[in-house]
Design a protein around this ligand. Structure first.
Ligand code: COA
Length: 198
């Protein structure tokens, strides 16, 4: 990629669902592309796609729990274009599209250093589930896990407009636990059941 190339991010790109599926499957494998597409088909999630000229080089999938909470569900950049700032462009674009959100969340695994660095470099603070449980209690952590579909991950990354981001997160998620349950059922649980039945 030379300096003259321009990266264009297109949002709410449901017409690119095939591209999104191909990129996520190619980079992360089938179950991930399946869950990502199911989240969009459920009506909850929306998408951004980064293009370099006409080539799609990265995708982001996110959803809201009311306008206040925005969850980055998948951020994926194709291998040849990693380490060039595309991930940061995708996350920042999602933040820009969700200016009304006061809390942004993402989850990842401890050994996913690229993902951890990506979010940390944009001001996200990471917590282990155990640490969160000590701070806000098991029931609230369960709601945060549901809200993020982050059961298979070790870390949750939080960016909030308040200094006391954990109390804000706990309060927001607990207050919206009915919506959280719906999101979890549609994005996480039902697709999991359907996958098992095949
Ligand atoms: C995680 C991922 C999206 C990052 O995308 P990217 O375009 O390479 O990230 P960027 O170039 O914007 O880099 C963002 C930060 O992460 C750092 N980084 C990128 N790749 C890294 C790596 N392999 N190891 C450590 N740090 C890394 C960059 O140096 C940068 O940090 P800085 O701003 O402090 O210098 C990409 O690696 C990817 O698609 N991974 C597979 C899918 C995945 O695991 N997604 C996350 C969970 S859904």
């Amino acid at each position: 990629m030379d300096e003259d190339n321009v990266i264009v991010v297109k949002s709410d790109t449901t017409e690119y669902l095939d591209i999104i599926g191909d990129i996520i499957e190619g980079e992360m494998g089938f179950p991930h592309s399946y869950y990502a597409l199911e989240s969009v088909k459920s009506g909850w999630a929306r998408t951004v796609v980064a293009f370099l000229d006409d080539t799609p080089i990265g995708v982001g999938i996110y959803y809201n729990i009311d306008p206040e909470i925005c969850v980055h569900y998948y951020i994926v950049v194709t291998k040849n274009y990693r380490g060039l700032g595309v991930g940061k462009i995708l996350v920042s674009s999602i933040e820009e599209l969700n200016k009304n959100s006061t809390i942004f969340l993402a989850t990842t695994r401890e050994d996913n250093h690229a993902s951890r660095r990506l979010f940390r470099s944009l001001g996200y603070i990471e917590y282990t589930w155990d640490y969160l449980e000590e701070k806000v209690g098991f029931k609230t952590v369960r709601e945060i896990m549901r809200a993020t579909c982050g059961f298979d991950d070790d870390l949750v990354m939080v960016k909030a407009s308040s200094d006391d981001s954990l109390s804000l997160l706990a309060r927001y998620v607990w207050k919206r636990r009915k919506t959280v349950l719906k999101v979890w059922r549609d994005i996480c649980w039902k697709p999991w059941i359907r996958l098992r039945m095949h």
